[in-house]
Ligand binder design. Structure first.
Ligand code: S3P
Length: 173
């Protein structure tokens, strides 16, 4: 089974993905880390030296590679992954199950204000502009996130309860 986690920056895709993969005894893949290991550069370095378009091309290429070549994994995508090119079709192909980890804007602002510096798209946004930026960005991106097979409301839920909810959706009985 191929399980793909989607959601805005700071929505817990990596943490939830690691827990879920452990529980299912599946491989855990973080798309950003995968790109970093193949490209031998961090995501902020890739944005700074090669630019976002280069990053998006690589993101699409490696996403397709993972979706086609691998099985029995949990994949944490980057916040922008579903929103570019043909990525959402690559994510939805075959037997893949996709989950949108949904949070309120207020919760994303709270979570991201502490970890802006590692995220090239928001690191230069002032804290007082963050709610408006995230609100608009999410409005544009929701169209893609909402194409996930399942939407999991995550605000104020523990990691364990989100993992349990995803597990129940995978095994309805
Ligand atoms: C991005 C999210 C990041 C990373 C890159 C772009 C985005 O991943 O892929 O900085 O466009 O939202 P996280 O969602 O893991 O922060």
């Amino acid at each position: 089974m191929k399980i793909v986690l989607l959601g805005y920056m700071g929505s817990g895709k990596t943490t939830i993905g690691q827990e879920l993969a452990g529980k299912l005894n599946y491989e855990f893949i973080d798309l950003d880390q995968y790109i970093e290991s193949v490209e031998k550069m961090t995501v902020p370095q890739l944005f700074a030296t090669k630019g976002e378009i280069y990053f998006r091309k690589k993101e699409f290429a490696y996403l397709k590679e993972i979706m086609l070549d691998k099985d029995n994994f949990v994949l944490a995508t980057g916040g922008g992954t579903p929103c570019y090119g043909d990525n959402m079709n690559a994510i939805s192909q075959g037997t893949a199950h996709s989950f949108y980890l949904k949070h309120t804007i207020a919760k994303l602002v709270e979570r991201l204000s502490k970890e802006k510096e590692f995220r090239p798209l928001i690191k230069n946004i002032h804290d007082h502009d963050l709610p408006e930026f995230i609100g608009k960005h999410l409005f544009e991106r929701n169209f893609y996130y909402n194409r996930a097979n399942f939407i999991i409301e995550c605000t104020d839920k523990s990691i364990d309860s989100v993992v349990a909810e995803i597990s129940r959706k995978l095994k309805p009985n």
